[in-house]
Design a protein around this ligand. Structure first.
Ligand SMILES: Cc1ncc(COP(=O)(O)O)c(C=O)c1O
Length: 391
């Protein structure tokens, strides 16, 4: 069958390829510990689940406004007052099917063919493909482990051309956990504003930041320059709600109206039941969010203690999110000369599933998730160390 030419610019998800291989080996009876997951191992808090059940029982099961029920849009706006002391109105919010749809539709709404988008690498797997599907050109801006995998204004100046339309920021980062301070974010945004470059800030991990760092956001810049700054976030990572599909985008109203239009012609509203659950999450108690954050911080410390002892492996400590991104290139050899073959070998020989750094534009590294209990993590890291030959 002849498929659309636009598909030539996309590649299948490397993370899904890892899960497929892990499932195949498990089906053959092999024990595989998956460090490749991108979701919390905790359950969604009970009051959120109860709100969903109540929504069903109250027959809140019909179409809603495409951009979300007004009280939920207002609650998302209130999130920015609560955490960043910034006023965001409900009409500056569109509720989306996860942060993923917010990003996808954003690029559909702001890019023209040939527009360049600066994407710092290592990057979250979907950015380049989303940009390409919108007709844009991903421009990868490499960062170094020595700089904590962060870009600086000079990197933007070097990479920007007359065609640069926007910069993607992701702090805390998937896959590196790199987390910008507010001062660092401010400098990057100022540079973009000077050059007329839009900023799309993916803050999906902003609730998962570890001491001594504190959460930072582009929200304050949205307040002063709403037409240049857009922010996406959601409840997947903070409330352990990956399967519910609840995200949002904050932007100035003409862009929100455009997002609403695209969504109205594609998926319509986010599930009505999920919206009620999300409202309960945003307006209810946050103690479980903090408990999960604290657990991730403890695991981060444990994982870094272990990886820190691996000879020749460089791994900046992740200040946020729940991934470590060690540079394991020293252990590449004739059997496994790159991250894909190394991950395949470690899966087959050590029974540990990791994601090759290739998927994130960083072929010297592998990504491991610490969204698993400490005992399982210890077992997996010991097997990985043995498989690499560091133990
Ligand atoms: C950096 C980043 N952005 C966005 C998303 C999308 O999250 P969701 O669509 O589940 O809300 C993810 C999920 O893994 C992510 O890691």
């Amino acid at each position: 069958m002849r498929l659309a030419e636009r598909l030539q610019v996309v590649k299948p998800s490397a993370t899904l390829a890892v899960s497929a291989k892990a499932m195949e080996l498990k089906a053959q009876g092999k024990k595989i510990i998956s460090l490749s997951v991108g979701e919390p191992d905790f359950n969604t808090p009970a009051h959120v689940r109860e709100a969903a059940k109540a929504a069903i029982d109250q027959n809140f099961t019909r179409y809603t406004q495409v951009a979300g029920i007004p009280e939920l849009r207002a609650a998302v706006g209130a999130y920015y007052k609560k955490f960043y002391d910034v006023d965001v109105a409900g009409k500056q919010v569109v509720v989306t099917n996860g942060g993923k749809q917010a990003l996808y539709n954003y690029f559909q709404c702001v890019l023209n063919p040939g527009d360049e988008v600066l994407i710092p690498a290592p990057y979250w797997v979907s950015y380049p493909d989303m940009v390409a599907l919108a007709g844009g050109v991903p421009v990868i801006v490499d960062t170094l482990a020595e700089h904590g995998y962060k870009i600086n204004p000079a990197d933007i100046m070097r990479a920007a051309t007359a065609k640069t339309r926007c910069l993607v920021l992701n702090s805390p980062s998937n896959p590196t956990g790199a987390t910008y301070t507010q001062a660092e974010l401010d400098l990057l945004v100022e540079t973009c504003l000077d050059k007329g470059i839009l900023v799309i800030s993916d803050e999906i991990y902003d609730q998962l930041v570890y001491a001594p760092n504190t959460p930072a956001s582009c929200a304050k810049w949205f307040a002063s320059h709403p037409e240049h700054i857009a922010i996406t976030n959601g409840l997947a990572k903070s409330f352990a709600m990956t399967g519910w599909r609840m995200g949002w985008l904050v932007a100035h109203t003409p862009l929100i109206d455009a997002m609403d239009m695209v969504q109205s012609q594609s998926t319509s509203n986010v599930c009505s039941i999920v919206q009620k659950a999300a409202l309960a999450a945003l307006t209810g108690p946050w103690d479980e969010v903090e408990a999960m954050r604290a657990a991730f911080e403890q695991r981060r410390n444990m994982v870094m203690d272990i990886i820190g002892g691996w000879k020749g492996v460089v791994c900046p400590s992740p200040a946020g999110a729940f991934y470590a991104f060690p540079d394991v290139s020293r252990y590449y050899d004739h059997r496994s000369p790159d991250s894909v073959s190394l991950c395949n070998r470690l899966m087959e020989e050590a029974g540990v599933a990791l994601v090759p750094g290739e998927a994130f534009g960083a072929p010297r590294c592998v990504r491991l998730s610490f969204a698993l209990d400490e005992a399982t993590l210890r077992t997996a890291l010991a097997a990985m160390a043995q498989g690499l030959g560091v133990a």
